[in-house]
Design a protein around this ligand. Structure first.
Ligand code: FEO
Length: 394
C-alpha cells in the first residue's frame, strides 16, 4: 500500500517481518522497514529501492500510482542490498529510467548488478529538476558506506536521509513519528545506530553539521528505515548527534560470562557495591544478551568492566567476541575493570589484560582473578575496584 506523505511524494516502501537478523547479525524483534519514495512531478523519480525478496510488493505499491515504465529517474542514495536488491527487477519494467547516484555507487552497481539502465553520476550539491520541483543531492560519505548520499526535495522540504536517522522496527502502516510509540522508536533507533553506524560516528557528526550548514528547511526527515519525522524532524537529528557524541556517560557497564555461577556471583557483588556507591550500573550476561544491545549500552559507558571465567586457558569465548566488536567499531578508549574466576590453571584474565592494553585501553587496579570462591581479601579487592570506578565516574 502506498501513502502520500507530502504533495506529490508517496511512500511506497515495505515492511520486513521475516528476517530475524539484520545483516545476518543484529536481532529484529520488531522487524524492519525498507523505505522507498516516489515523487510524481513533470518527471517521475523513485528514491531508493528495497531488499530483493520484497520487489513484487514494492512494484505493486508503485503501480498503484504510476506504471513503472513511466519512471524517469531512480535515485540510489546507497548501494547496500537492503536498498538495491530489487533494482534488477525494477530495471525489467522501468526501461527508460536513469539511475542517479555518486561516482562510487556507479562502480558498485556495475559489480553488484550491472543492470541495463543509463546512469547519471551526480556531484555533491548538484541539482536535478523534476519540473515544478528540484532535487538536491548531498554526498554523505560513510553514512553508511563511502558512496552514500542524501536527497533533498527543495519544494516540499523533505530530506531523504538514507541510513542516517534510520531505525529498526517495521512501520505496520504507521509511517510518521506522531503515529508510533516514540519510546520504542528511541530504543530501536539508538540500537540501529549503535549496531550499524558506530564505526563511523564522526561521519554522523560531520553529516549533521553539513545539513545544518546548508540551512535546509526540514518539514520531513524521511530515512530509509523506520518512521518519517514530521511532528519534530529535529528530534531524530538531535538524538543522533547526542548518541554519536565522543563524550562518555557517567555510568558503568559490567559485561560478564559465567559457566557455573562463580563469575556471575562476583559480577552481582560488584554491581551491588557500585550501586551502594551511587554508580549507575548495567549488566549484560554475554550468553543471553543480544550483541546489539551490549554494543548500544557499552558504546558510551564511562567505565567498562569485563568478568570472565578462564576457558581452556583463554578468556570466555563470548567475551572475546564483544572485544572484537569494540575493536572493529572503534570504541573510544576508556578505563576497563577486569575480574574473573578459574577452576584449575587460570590465565584467562591475564590474556584479557594483555589484549586490552595492546588495544590502548587502560586497566584499572586491582585486577581480580579468583580461584573458585573469593577469599575475604578478594571480596575486599572487589570493593576497592568499585571505589576506584565510583571515583572515576564522579
Ligand atoms: Fe540500510 Fe547501509 O543499509
Amino acid at each position: 500500500m502506498h501513502r502520500e506523505i507530502a504533495k506529490g511524494v508517496y511512500y511506497v516502501g515495505v515492511d520486513d517481518h521475516h528476517t530475524e537478523l539484520f545483516e545476518n547479525l543484529w536481532a529484529l524483534p520488531h522487524g524492519v522497514s525498507y523505505n522507498s519514495y516516489l515523487i510524481v512531478d513533470e518527471k517521475v523519480a523513485l528514491i531508493e529501492c528495497v531488499k530483493e525478496p520484497w520487489s513484487a510488493e514494492w512494484l505493486a505499491n508503485i503501480r498503484e500510482i504510476v506504471d513503472p515504465s513511466k519512471i524517469d529517474y531512480v535515485i540510489i542514495n546507497h548501494m547496500e542490498p537492503d536498498h538495491t536488491g530489487a533494482l534488477p527487477d525494477l530495471a525489467k519494467v522501468a526501461k527508460k529510467a536513469v539511475m542517479v547516484y555518486t561516482y562510487k555507487a556507479s562502480d558498485m552497481q556495475k559489480s553488484f548488478y550491472n543492470v541495463p539502465l543509463r546512469e547519471k553520476i551526480v556531484e555533491d550539491l548538484e541539482e536535478l529538476s523534476l519540473g515544478s520541483r528540484t532535487l538536491r543531492f548531498i554526498h554523505a560519505q560513510f553514512l553508511h558506506w563511502p558512496e552514500t548520499m542524501m536527497t533533498y526535495d527543495t519544494q516540499e522540504c523533505v530530506l531523504f536521509s538514507c541510513d542516517a536517522f534510520g531505525s529498526f522496527g517495521a512501520l505496520n502502516g504507521s509511517h510518521f513519528d506522531d503515529e508510533i510509540d516514540m519510546r520504542m522508536v528511541e530504543s530501536e533507533s539508538r540500537r540501529y545506530l549503535s549496531a550499524i553506524i558506530t564505526s563511523y560516528l564522526k561521519f554522523i557528526r560531520q553529516g549533521i553539521a553539513k545539513i545544518k550548514g546548508l540551512n535546509l528547511e526540514l518539514k520531513l526527515v524521511a530515512p530509509s528505515h523506520g518512521p518519517i519525522y514530521r511532528r519534530n524532524p529535529m528530534w531524530i537529528v538531535d538524538h543522533y548527534l547526542e548518541w554519536s557524541s565522543p563524550d562518555l556517560e557517567k555510568n558503568c557497564i559490567i559485561i560478564y560470562g559465567s559457566m557455573y555461577g562463580f563469575t556471575y556471583r562476583i559480577a552481582m557483588m560488584l554491581k551491588k557495591q557500585l550501586a551502594e556507591l551511587g554508580v549507575e550500573v548495567k549488566t549484560h550476561n554475554v550468553s543471553y544478551s543480544e550483541m546489539s544491545r551490549i554494543i548500544t549500552d557499552t558504546m558510551r559507558a564511562g567505565v567498562i568492566v569485563f568478568g570472565s571465567p578462564t576457558y581452556d586457558a583463554f578468556p570466555f569465548p563470548r567475551i572475546q567476541t564483544v572485544i572484537d566488536e569494540m575493536e572493529t567499531k572503534r570504541f573510544a578508549k576508556r578505563p576497563i575493570g577486569l575480574f574473573g574466576t578459574y577452576g584449575w590453571g587460570g590465565g584467562g584474565i591475564k590474556k584479557l589484560q594483555e589484549q586490552l592494553e595492546g588495544l590502548g585501553f587502560s586497566i584499572l587496579d586491582p585486577v581480580i582473578s579468583v580461584h573458585g570462591q573469593p577469599t575475604p581479601q578478594e571480596v575486599g579487592n572487589c570493593r576497592r575496584l568499585a571505589q576506584v570506578i565510583a571515583d572515576l565516574i564522579r
